[in-house]
Design a protein around this ligand. Sequence first.
Ligand code: HPA
Length: 280
Amino acid sequence: MTNTLPLYERVIATAATIREKTQCTPVLGVILGSGLGALADAVEDAQVVSYDELPYVPKSTVKGHAGKFVCGTLDGVQVIVMSGRSHIYEGHSPADLTVGVRAMIELGAKTMVVTNAAGGIHTEFRPGDLMAILDHINMQGSNPLFGIYDERLGPHFLDMTLPYDRKLRRLMQKAASQLSITLHSGVYCGVLGPVYETPAEVRMLRSLGADAVGMSTVCEVIAARHAGARVVGLSLISNLAAGLEDTALSHDEVTATAERVAARTVSLLRTFIPLAARDN
Ligand code: HPA
């Protein structure tokens, strides 16, 4: 991938290509985590742009992640869905990972829904549970503003007092209650990966206040806040974190659990999205 252009120019070029190919005018964007591609399939009047057509968007090499933007409407709301994301552990720089989310915001998606699969650390969490993200801990060793100072993108020193919008989280809780879905809330810890944690690391993360752990999300949320979007986060607890159950962890387990509860997750998102759009 060529990244010799400044990040801002790459974002503008990506948004322009998507606009040309789709006439897309989204008010809300969604980033789909492992196994959640079913939401992209539900988009009506879908217009698709593959990451292959977008030179500045990193391609995902991970099983369970497609690589396309899907624009259209979901329950009457104009959306853009990023189906498939890349991660730092695939060798991308944190800033490069944010081209997609920044392009969606540039296109008009000022509300960003960020989803992921995560390992459950909180003692009450079970595989298949859902957690609204209250806050996050960045243990990825870097962040997407490192080495970037361009006021066209956002402020140099970014306030992170309220990374996840409280009102949107309440609306997600409302959507969950309407569907009789239990929605936990908790702190997501982003780690580098691609190795899973050791049991000692999981005990450490718990003592630091983490309720779930995963290898994504943090960079996108920082970039979305930097670009002025409001953010809501949803973790699908795909497994218990290392050492909390007897079995070894595997990506197959992560995607199998995500797919098992995908229908429930998609209905939660589809009930939530019109509430969020109305609140715009
Ligand atoms: N750890 C880190 N990332 C993850 C996990 C986990 O247990 N499950 C899904 N993504």
